[in-house]
Write a protein that binds this ligand. Sequence first.
Ligand code: NI
Length: 391
Amino acid sequence: MDVMSIVQQNKEYLCDLRHEFHMYPETAWNEVWTSKRIREELTKLGIPYVEVANTATVATLEGKKKKPVIGLRCDIDALPVQEVKNPPYKSRNDGVMHACGHDSHITMLLGAAKILSQHKDELDCTVKFIFQPSEEVFEGAKAILDTGVLDDVDNFFGMHIFPYLPVGTISVDAGPRYTSADTMKIKIIGKSGHGAMPQFAVDPIYVGCQVVNALQSIASRELDPMDTTVVSVCEFHCGTRCNVIERVAELTGTVRTFSPEDRKNLPVIIERIISNTCSAFRAEYEFEYIPGPPAVINDPVCSQWAEEGVRKILGDEGVIHYRGISGGEDFALMLDRAPGVYAFVGCRNEANDQCYSLHHERFDLDENGMFNGCALYVQYVLEAQKHLQEK
Ligand code: NI
């Protein structure tokens, strides 16, 4: 089938859907209307689905063969961001916005479900359409996987609309896509006292500042500079009054890396620095390290299949190479179960002011990028089923 021209015939359907999802964004675990609307659409298409983890939906389309099973995944949650632009489909939910473009992700996957269900005779596999809630808090993928509904999936494919790449291009490079994303919580415990008489106190603000500084030595002085590592302290809470030395400072931060080995070592290194810095300045500490999703690493073979797919829908000029990005994505948990690939789908168009970063209050996308993404969902299935049959 000529996937791109079929998508072109469905442009209006896709735009209408996206505008509707854009108008009624819902944050993580609150995607009640969104999931209801997704299920309505699946019912219209006659594709059976299961409701799992409250707001997650997994639809199954059986082709001529039951196996392999290819899982196409999108995320459906929005962000607590106030939209600033004024499109006719501006968010009607105050303080909530699809600032990460997940409205377009839902649309692309529903579009792919529609097209594939109308061309079932060309399917030599089963496709599972995974509408995942709560990506922004890294909880949705685990919640779905824990139900077992994806246990039979042989290959996963996911994507993100990507304002850092021009519309008309897609990156499906092998290797690192997203870093792991772990959280650290640090308590510096000193001794309270009078701000004028620090000799009787142990000041957790001072000690905390030394800790923040020292943590920056990890990426710059301890780990291989060729590896990507980020250690960022993003919260520092302490103090109530200008002349009171508080007893406790609370810090939180995020830790990112592509390297599984560094990821294993980082909590140990971080705690060593906290422990020794605190002891140097007579403070005590508590340290908690909360693992988030691992890194998203594209399987080199699946990345080749996806690249063939991009060439078929956009020609050679559609293939663009892009390094990974130090964000996190819980799609990584699906790739831990079965190989697959994650695509960055260009949607940048400066002439139309569609060039703001994801999560920006003015974020918007060139909808041609959405059409390309929809086409790639379909084309990936056609490519992957061919190669998975051969296995
Ligand atoms: Ni996102």
